[in-house]
Design a binder for this molecule. Structure first.
Ligand SMILES: Nc1nc2c(c(=O)[nH]1)N[C@H]1C(S)=C(S)[C@@H](COP(=O)(O)O)O[C@H]1N2
Ligand SMILES: [Mo]
Length: 373
C-alpha cells in the first residue's frame, strides 16, 4: 500500500516524563555540535569550535562550483549575481554572536524532542560580505513589498513537509542600515566553511540563528507575509499546539561561565581547589547592549556584580566578564546572569514553550571544591 513521506517524518512531540535522550536526538547531537564552553575564552570563535546547526544535509559545494544568487520578486530589475559580482560591491565586516533559538531546549521539562542543546549553541565570528540593502537597492524594491524571503540550497522533509530551507525577514529589517544584514562570503577572514554556508549565507545581527540562511541561492521580495514551514509552523513560541504563537526573532540575554577548574571525564563535573578562583565568561543580547552581569556562588540566592570588559565597539558580539571567587571546601553551584540596556534579563525558572525556543534560564554550574591535593 501507499508509501508516504510522512512515514519518514514524525510530528513534533514532547518527551514523556523520565524519558531519556533518544537515538534520534543523539544522531542530531553528533551532527550539530556545540561550542566547547572553554572556547568562550576566545573573542572570535575559531571555526571548527563554532556551534553548527543544519536541519537537512550540508550541500556539497567544491571550490570551483559555479554559484548564482538570484534576486527577484517585487523588484524593478531582477539580478543574477555570481561571487565575483558580489565581491565588486562594497565589503563590510561585522562581528556577530550567533545563537540557536533552541539553545537550552534539553534543559526543559517536559523536553521538546529535537536537537538537544544544553547551553552550548553559540559562537562569535567576523562575517564579511555585501550589505543586503545595497543589493536590494540595485534591484529596485517595489512599493508593494513587505517581506524578503531567503532560500538555501538544502532540501529535506520536516514533520511531513518537503521543503527547501527558507526564512523571511520584514522589509525594514532586510534593508536596515544599522545593523546591516549581510550576504556573507567569508568567516573570520576565510571563505565560509561548508558547514557554515559555503559559499554564501545571510547574517542578521541580533537575531537567533534560524534567520541566518546558509547556502543562500535566492532572495525574493514579496507583497504578502511569508507563510512557509520555518516561519509559520516552526520557530513560534507556543504553549499549546493550536496557538498561532509569537514568532521567534531577536536573541534574549544570556551569560555563560568558562567552566572553572578541571572536569571529570564522564560527568563533566568541575573540580577546584580552595582559595581564589578567577571566574570569567561571556554575555550577550540581541535586543540591547548588555549592561550588567551578576554572579552567584550559592545557586542563585545571592548575587554580586561581575566586572564587564570595556565596550569594544562590537555591538553585536558577546562581552567578556570577570569575577574573583573565593572557593571553600564543599559543593557549590555557580551561576551568572546578564541584563541588557532595555532591562531584559534571565529567569531563574525555565520559560517553557513547545518548540523549546529562547530558554535563557540562568546557567547552573555545579562545582566541587576539594581540600586534599
Ligand atoms: N540553509 C539553511 N540555513 C540555516 C539552517 C539550515 O538548516 N539550512 N539552520 C539555521 C539554524 S536553525 C541555525 S541555529 C544557524 C546555525 O548557523 P551555523 O551552523 O553557522 O552556526 O543556521 C541557520 N541557517
Ligand atoms: Mo537554530
Amino acid at each position: 500500500m501507499g508509501h508516504r513521506l510522512a512515514d519518514a517524518s514524525a510530528p513534533a512531540r514532547l518527551a514523556a516524563p523520565e524519558e531519556g535522550i533518544g537515538r534520534d536526538e543523539l544522531a542530531l547531537a553528533t551532527r550539530n555540535h556545540g561550542l566547547p564552553l572553554e572556547a568562550l575564552r576566545y573573542d572570535l570563535t575559531p571555526p571548527g569550535l563554532h556551534y553548527v546547526l543544519t536541519h537537512y544535509d550540508i550541500p556539497y559545494v567544491p571550490d570551483d562550483t559555479p554559484w548564482h544568487l538570484a534576486i527577484g520578486g517585487r523588484v524593478g530589475r531582477p539580478l543574477r549575481l555570481d561571487l565575483a559580482d558580489l565581491r565588486a560591491f562594497p565589503q563590510v565586516t561585522t562581528r556577530v554572536t550567533l545563537e540557536c533559538a533552541g539553545n537550552g531546549r534539553a534543559l526543559l521539562t517536559p523536553r521538546p524532542v529535537s536537537q538537544p542543546w544544553l547551553v552550548e549553541a553559540v559562537g562569535t565570528a567576523e562575517w564579511t560580505g555585501v550589505p543586503l540593502r545595497l543589493l536590494l537597492a540595485q534591484a529596485g524594491v517595489e512599493p508593494e513589498a513587505v517581506e524578503v524571503v531567503f532560500t538555501g540550497a538544502d532540501h529535506g522533509v520536516e514533520r511531513g513537509v518537503e521543503q527547501d530551507y527558507r526564512r523571511a525577514l520584514p522589509l525594514n529589517v532586510a534593508t536596515a542600515g544599522d545593523p546591516e544584514v549581510l550576504v556573507a562570503y567569508a568567516m573570520n577572514g576565510a571563505p565560509l566553511p561548508p558547514q557554515h554556508g559555503r559559499p554564501l549565507r545571510l547574517v542578521v545581527p541580533g537575531w537567533y540563528g534560524m534567520a541566518h540562511v546558509k547556502w543562500l541561492r535566492e532572495v525574493e521580495v514579496t507583497d504578502v507575509p511569508f507563510a512557509g514551514f520555518q516561519q509559520a509552523v516552526a520557530y513560534r513560541l507556543r504553549r499549546h499546539r493550536e496557538e498561532e504563537g509569537e514568532p521567534v526573532t531577536r536573541i534574549a540575554p544570556r551569560a555563560l561561565l568558562v567552566p572553572p577548574g578541571f572536569p571529570d571525564f564522564m560527568s563533566r563535573a568541575r573540580v577546584v581547589r580552595p582559595g581564589r578562583v578567577a571566574l570569567e565568561g561571556r554575555a550577550w543580547s540581541g535586543r540591547a547592549p548588555v549592561t550588567c552581569v551578576e554572579v552567584s556562588s550559592d545557586a542563585g540566592r545571592t548575587w554580586r556584580k561581575a566586572e564587564l570588559e570595556p565596550d569594544t565597539g562590537h555591538r553585536w558580539a558577546w562581552r567578556r566578564w570577570r569575577y574573583d571567587w573565593t572557593a571553600t571546601p564543599g559543593d557549590h553551584v555557580l551561576s551568572a546572569r546578564a541584563t541588557d540596556a532595555e532591562g531584559h534579563g534571565q529567569p531563574l525558572e525555565q520559560l517553557w514553550n513547545r518548540g523549546g525556543f529562547a530558554n535563557n534560564v540562568v546557567q547552573r554550574v555545579p562545582v566541587l571544591c576539594v581540600d586534599e591535593g
